[in-house]
Design a protein around this ligand. Sequence first.
Ligand code: UDP
Ligand code: MG
Length: 244
Amino acid sequence: MTDTPTLSIVVPCYNEEGNLIPLVTAIRETMEPLKLTYEIIIADDCSKDKSWEILEKLGAEDPRIRALRFVKNAGQSAAMWAGMNAARGQYIATLDADLQNDPKDLPKFLEALKQADCVCGSRVEQRRKGDNVVRQLSSKIANGVRNKITRENVTDSACCYRVFKRECVGNLKFFKGMHRFLPTLFKIEGYTVAEIPISHHERFAGQSNYGVWNRLFASSYDLFAVRWMQKRMFRFQVKDRVNF
Ligand code: UDP
Ligand code: MG
């Protein structure tokens, strides 16, 4: 066991054998000069490649690297949730394993966190650098529909590069696909959310787990559940108490 870290960096991982060592190296390079205690929690969503062997090795060399592995593939949201649940830091960062999100942006997030409970990355300005036109378009449409239904103006809801205070996840309702709605779910709980532009790169190694179809439609079902939650969640404050 290491000392309680200030920042827990949570990474979902499915078949990312070619990315894990470069990712951990990049995180270390960014974090070392910050003089901030941190841990990296990698949730292996039952990868079929050598990801787990690599994680065991990384964990044996560095106690700040913690890893868990699912029995069966349970999806990105579940992996993120398991990682967040294990986090011990005052702050939690979530980012993808494939280096599309750049660990170099972490200090920017931490700075912005002084003004909000959660800071979300937005790839909008840099999108064309990391994704082809079809991916950009399907993501734009899905994002637009999500904003319309949930009355939000999140510029990039599917971007999972975020940093937030650990208390934000305390009461979170979790479900498959929740990673696309995290800013809205935090707002339902009364937390403040800010956005910052981030870098966006091509996948370093391996393949994307999503096609146009699931990028466009996978979340439409969840969308109405989130809208329902926004409208139906209790919102009350106790004014006075007697004999409590
Ligand atoms: N991922 C996961 N379980 C899955 C699918 C994806 O843990 O069933 C992880 C994946 O390893 C990556 C992140 O979720 O760290 C985002 O996946 P991907 O890069 O395939 O999505 P894209 O960037 O293409 O939208
Ligand atoms: Mg990716």
